[in-house]
Design a protein around this ligand. Structure first.
Ligand code: PDD
Length: 280
């Protein structure tokens, strides 16, 4: 693979980052994941905008302008011959001379790394046909989930809790309500109405979420942005999650309780079709 590090395109074996990088020592960094379908970047502008917001919230300098960022994404897709897959982008507060909790001097260069992941047939994933199963777990993350930081250990632990429970993913619960999935936004559907938690610092403001809700409204579907409990979710007609890597993914079981007839629901299936058709 060819990767991008601080202005250079390099074979992955030759790319490196300092031991003192604050991304490595403090998880002091932000990231974005943009999907590629048929060689085309999906929702790039949304991801670029959210990156700027994450950087701003952490008072971190942007290493590149948006047009240059787009150019780097396109160049990596080209160099790695990505038809379907993902582009991962990470910006950290750089590598100061020594480990120190305080932010380093303003002139410390941020570290920027991008790489691609080839995923042939990403949009035709078998999981989309069967749907996925989730378990609920407590949400033990920090309180600023609206910032897309690389501090992903709890998401990783959540994924392992799901695996140990024999299912695909976990939905996190705080004060009795679902916040989101480990790496996706969560939705239920009841009597034709799509319900998903409102935006706040409690969840990541998904780029796919914004697109899917807009498309749902354009298709005259009803949308309600509010929190919901695991109990309400288990009594829902259907459920799904959204993210840049899964698009719209039906959820067919929560904590062992099948939803409806235990197969992907019509609204989730329709939204997936609409999203893939309109984004490509
Ligand atoms: N995750 N919520 C969380 C906690 C996430 O990590 C993500 C994305 C989302 C969905 O956001 P978007 O629609 O912008 O991808 C919601 C990415 C895909 C990841 O970490 O790989």
């Amino acid at each position: 693979r060819t990767v991008y590090v601080n202005g250079q395109y390099l074979p992955e074996q030759e790319a490196s980052v300092s031991v003192f990088d604050r991304g490595f020592l403090f998880a002091d960094g932000v990231y974005e994941v943009t999907s590629v379908l048929g060689g085309k970047l999906i929702d790039f502008a949304g991801h670029a905008r959210r990156l700027q917001r994450s950087l701003g919230e952490l008072e971190m300098r942007s290493p590149v302008e948006e047009d240059e960022l787009l150019e780097i994404h396109r160049e990596l897709v080209r160099l790695n011959e990505i038809e379907d897959g993902l582009v991962y982008l990470q910006v950290t507060r750089g590598a100061p001379a020594d480990r120190d909790f305080a932010y380093p001097p303003e002139d410390t260069e941020p570290t920027i790394v991008l790489f691609t992941q080839s995923k042939p047939g990403l949009a035709e994933s078998p999981a989309a046909k069967t749907g996925i199963k989730v378990v609920t777990i407590p949400d033990a993350r920090w309180a600023r989930r609206d910032i897309k930081t690389v501090q992903l250990l709890y998401a990783s632990m959540g994924k392992m809790m799901a695996k140990k429970a024999g299912v695909d993913d976990a939905w996190m619960v705080e004060e009795g309500q679902i916040t989101e999935g480990t790496s996706n936004n969560a939705y239920i559907v009841k009597d034709g109405k799509i319900i998903t938690r409102e935006l706040s610092t409690d969840i990541l403001h998904g780029i796919t979420r914004a697109a899917v809700l807009r498309m749902a409204q354009e298709a005259q579907m009803q949308v309600e942005e509010r929190g919901f409990t695991p109990e309400e979710a288990k009594e829902a007609d259907e459920a799904f999650v959204t993210s840049a890597s899964t698009f719209v993914m039906p959820v067919v079981e929560i904590d062992g309780t099948p939803l409806g007839d235990g197969t992907p629901g019509p609204i989730a299936k329709r939204l997936r079709e609409i999203y893939l058709e309109e984004s490509r």
